[in-house]
Design a protein around this ligand. Structure first.
Ligand SMILES: N[C@@H](CCC(=O)N[C@@H](CS)C(=O)NCC(=O)O)C(=O)O
Length: 237
């Protein structure tokens, strides 16, 4: 049995081994976002940027499987990103919960429609749809072996998961209001929907079937606060 001191030292060594380096250490940092580029951390970072929040970005490499190492599991036991550390030290995980928390912390940024309004209910509805009906299927496309019994056709599992994502994203395409997901203007739903437009699906299919969602993503990518975040996550060379 290791002493508590040894366990603590081990944790910090593991964190150092992960290379958890801040994206930007300039100035006092209130929020710490953990994630990788091109991952769900995009949505959290875009919302922080849009809110004008001070934050640092701590890299957790998916390629190196760092999300399943002890240092990150101590932050999010499900081994998934993003995770956000708030000013007082509390951790929030689950991308939709993070987006709603950022919207709550920065009411002046109007990242959600007014509390208790009909539009707010629709915002919850479609955030929950993306988080609950689309995001979990992305895991099957990315890691089909997790869902296939030994000897099973893993590529077949991935193919069918892609079909389910297509169906569900087509629902988003039909239900979005227009240039923004909600009729009242920009919200965290635009950030979230734009992120899902980047994953899992073939470019040709998206161009043919998702004209509204692709236009929305283009608009999100051009927002002054989000453009540099979008570049870092999705337009890396
Ligand atoms: N329900 C989680 C899902 C997060 C998730 O699946 N994130 C991916 C990256 S986009 C991840 O961390 N995958 C690593 C893994 O599953 O091992 C959320 O909404 O935050």
């Amino acid at each position: 049995m290791q002493s508590p001191q040894a366990l603590l030292a081990g944790f910090f060594l593991a964190a150092a081994g992960l290379g958890l380096k801040p994206w930007n250490r300039a100035g006092a940092s209130m929020y710490t976002l953990y994630g990788d580029l091109g991952s769900g951390a995009f949505s959290a970072e875009a919302a922080l940027a849009e809110a004008g929040a001070p934050y640092t970005f701590e890299m957790v490499s998916l390629e190196r499987g760092e999300q399943k190492q002890p240092a990150f599991l101590a932050i999010n036991p499900s081994g998934k990103m993003p995770a956000l550390r708030l000013a007082e030290g509390q951790i929030v995980t689950e991308s939709a919960a993070i987006l709603m928390t950022i919207a709550d912390h920065f009411p002046g940024a109007r990242l959600l429609p007014p509390l208790a309004s009909p539009a707010r209910a629709q915002a919850y509805r479609w955030l929950a749809f993306m988080a609950g009906e689309v995001y979990p299927i992305v895991e099957i496309v990315d890691y089909p072996e997790r869902f296939a019994p030994p000897g099973c056709d893993v590529e077949g599992v991935r193919r069918i998961a892609r079909d389910r994502i297509r169906e569900r994203v087509l629902i988003l395409e039909r239900m979005m209001a227009g240039e923004t997901f909600l009729p009242g203007g920009f919200s965290i739903l635009d950030i979230y929907a734009a992120m899902f437009s980047r994953w899992s699906l073939e470019p040709d299919w998206k161009l043919a079937h998702l004209p509204r969602l692709m236009a929305l993503a283009e608009a999100v990518s051009n927002r002054p606060a989000i453009a540099p975040v979008w570049q870092r996550h999705f337009v890396r060379t």
